[in-house]
Design a protein. Sequence first.
Length: 289
Amino acid sequence: MKKIKVAIIGTGNIGTDLLMKVMRSQFLECGLFTGRNPDSKGIEIARTLGVPVSFDSIHAIEEDLSCCDIVFDATSAKVHEYNAPILKRLKKFTIDLTPSQIGKLCVPVLNLDDCLNVDNVNLITCGGQAAIPIAYAIANAQPQTQYIEIVASISSKSAGPGTRSNIDEFTQTTKEALSLFTGIKKTKAIITLNPAEPPIIMRNTIYALIENPDMDLIYSRVHDIAERIKKYVPGYRVILGPVYENNRITTTIEVVGLGDYLPAYSGNLDIITCAALNIAEVYAKKKLL
């Protein structure tokens, strides 16, 4: 079967995990793995897999436009500000894994179809991918919801330099996306990096303030959307609730990573690379038809 070529910019944890997923895709092949650090472990892995590599970051794509139709940007929000206009000029379908908010905000289970005809889609954050669908399910079931808060807890070992440098963007982007998708104005997003040993598995807790909620409907909507997410993020599951106490609904989800590059506790990386792969594969299938 013919495959669509992709390029990955960013050779760190997220870029390398994404590379491993692309390598087993039926619809995608990696035409370029590019970054700035010639000593990165990701570059070494890409070489052993026979993938073309470069240390010239986005400029390597400019020099060889035939290397890809789709570009994954796994750098940082600030770097994507530089990359985005170049990729737009090059007419590359761009999937942005940074919290830059430059492209159309995308959560595949909620608005994938609307994102296939734009030139740049943004995957918000790992916490956004994990928690926003649950918040959406609750708010959709109960429009009278007054407030929603999400608390993302990840192992500090799974947070590389890119994640750490984007903490402020993480909270702001997640909060704004939470309001956008749920329609609830009062929202908050919090992230904690937990240094515990052994490392904890990624968990996100969603809190919602609602008076007299229909818990049967909420339970049904939450678990239905979780099953739909599981089709492209196999390690996703609801581990608590939804439960109701003192006008507050609490739901906790957990994401166990596939272990493609990093250990299973790095579900925070896995959910965003799974989402990126899902978008690219759907786009590629559409292009191949």
